[in-house]
Design a protein around this ligand. Structure first.
Ligand code: EPU
Length: 429
């Protein structure tokens, strides 16, 4: 067991590089199951979730090897099992995106059902509905879903759910439709950059997907896909987390490798509260010239403000004088960061299902626990701003989505390090 320790209160100064996107890597590694040839992925982040997805496809008959530190080679083998390894699948909700590829190429898929998680219920009804429209049959039994498909056929599918369009649901249907017979039209498709990246990868493998980035995707099924080489997009949530880290410490940071077009909603909110962003080609300079202002914001599907930046933004608003309100419309129960923030002196509460933040608090160090990935990121950025020492447990959550986090932050002068914790020192959950 490990913990991250931060001696906070110093402005970050210097450059921060952005890694490849975790949420693009996961479905694209799953999609490599569709291709007959080898897939080479570039700019792949070394993260726990990526390693889990690699282990899943490895058990599904894919030879997985790394070349250098960020290139991944995925080579199909002749032995091709149909059931996804249960313990690995249960470990990570993102593993649901092997469902579409397995049905498309192996005609059968058994998957342990990803249950709810600490950020709220996460059903997969829309995934199943979409794949059923293409001709798959599902039986849900004893915590597993068993899918069968003799022949997938193109259909009209709607991916809109009660909380916006489903990201991995759209990915699953798109992957299955790539090899289905005839034309599939996905209405209310998720437009997240990671879904677009998946579509570009599939097209590079010979798929025929049109309307990428729009609400309507048209997919003409092809007989087979070949391998290809693809470079992942930069991680907009890691980039956003670093923008917030720079702002909350009143620092001056150059973020390298971020894409402006993927960060528009976040950049608008940051600019609105007084953070200055100067964009160059693929870098952005961030600083805070004056006092921060409060805001009311809601998360939405892309291109709206991302739910995966809600916890980190909440941390930032804790130091912005005035009353802010945050309404997470994608995950209305995403609150697990609030307990840690309160322990650090933040004045935050849940009112009418929204987060109310009485800003302007002077944060101080505390011992806190990351209960999920982005909650962990929120505690790290708060710890960077807090006076004194912050100790964060639950580091394995943070490792799911941030590559070399402490080393990157240390490059901007942050005092942050990782310690092993012996049994006697373990903090109770
Ligand atoms: N939903 C349904 N039915 C479904 C699927 C989703 O009602 O069948 C609801 C969910 O309960 C939620 C909303 O729709 O309220 C959006 O869920 P979505 O399906 O879009 O989420 P996801 O595809 O499972 C991905 C990311 C999440 C990110 C969400 C929303 C990956 C691997 N995961 O999840 O990332 O929060 O989209 O943008 O791409 C993270 O990286 O920390 C993370 C949680």
């Amino acid at each position: 067991m490990e913990r991250i320790v931060i001696r906070g209160g110093r402005p970050l100064r210097g450059g921060l590089p952005v890694s490849g996107a975790k949420n693009a890597a996961l479905p694209i590694i799953a999609a490599s199951l569709l291709a007959r040839g080898e897939t080479t992925l570039r700019r792949v982040p070394q993260l726990q979730d990526v390693r889990t997805m690699c282990a899943i496809v490895a058990q599904m008959g894919m030879a997985v090897s790394w070349k250098g530190c960020d290139e991944l080679l995925l080579t199909p083998q002749t032995h091709q099992p149909k059931d996804a390894p249960e313990t690995l699948v249960r470990r990570m909700r993102g593993s649901v995106c092997v469902l579409g590829p397995l049905l498309a190429v192996r005609g059968r898929a058994r998957l342990a059902l990803p249950g709810g998680c600490v950020i709220g219920p996460r059903p997969i009804d829309l995934h199943l509905k979409g794949l059923q429209a293409l001709g798959a049959d599902f039986q849900v039994r004893r915590g597993s879903v068993l899918g069968r498909a003799v022949r997938l056929r193109g259909a009209r599918v709607n991916m809109r759910g009660p909380r916006g369009s489903t990201v991995l649901g759209t990915a699953n249907v798109m992957m299955a439709a790539a090899l289905a017979q005839g034309r599939t039209v996905i209405e209310h498709a998720a437009r997240e950059p990671e879904v677009q990246d998946l579509a570009h990868y599939l097209n590079a493998c010979g798929a025929c997907i049109q309307g990428i980035g729009s609400r309507t995707l048209t997919i003409d099924g092809v007989a087979e896909l070949h391998g290809s080489t693809h470079e992942l997009i930069p991680d907009r949530i890691e980039a956003g987390t670093f923008l917030v880290a720079a702002a909350i410490t009143g620092g001056r940071v150059r973020l390298e490798g971020a894409r402006r077009d993927h960060l528009i909603a976040l950049a608008e909110e940051l600019t609105g509260i007084g953070v200055k962003l100067d964009w160059q080609d693929d870098a952005v300079d961030v600083r805070v010239p004056g006092r921060l202002a409060p805001v009311r914001l809601s998360t939405e599907s892309y291109p709206g403000f991302p739910t995966d930046m809600q916890p980190q933004m909440t941390s930032l608003l804790c130091v912005a004088p005035g009353l802010s309100r945050v309404d997470d419309r994608v995950y209305p129960e995403r609150f697990t960061h609030l307990e840690g923030l309160k322990a650090m002196g933040a004045r935050v509460a849940v009112r009418d299902g929204q987060i109310a933040i009485e800003g302007g608090a002077a944060l101080h160090g505390a011992t806190v626990t990351a209960h999920d990935l982005r909650a962990g990121a929120a505690l790290v950025v708060a710890g960077l701003a807090a006076e004194g020492t912050t100790t964060i447990y639950g580091v394995e959550q943070i490792d799911r989505g941030y590559e070399n986090l402490e080393a990157k932050l240390r490059g901007t002068g942050a005092e942050v390090w990782r310690e092993s914790v012996s049994g006697a020192e373990r903090r109770p959950a």
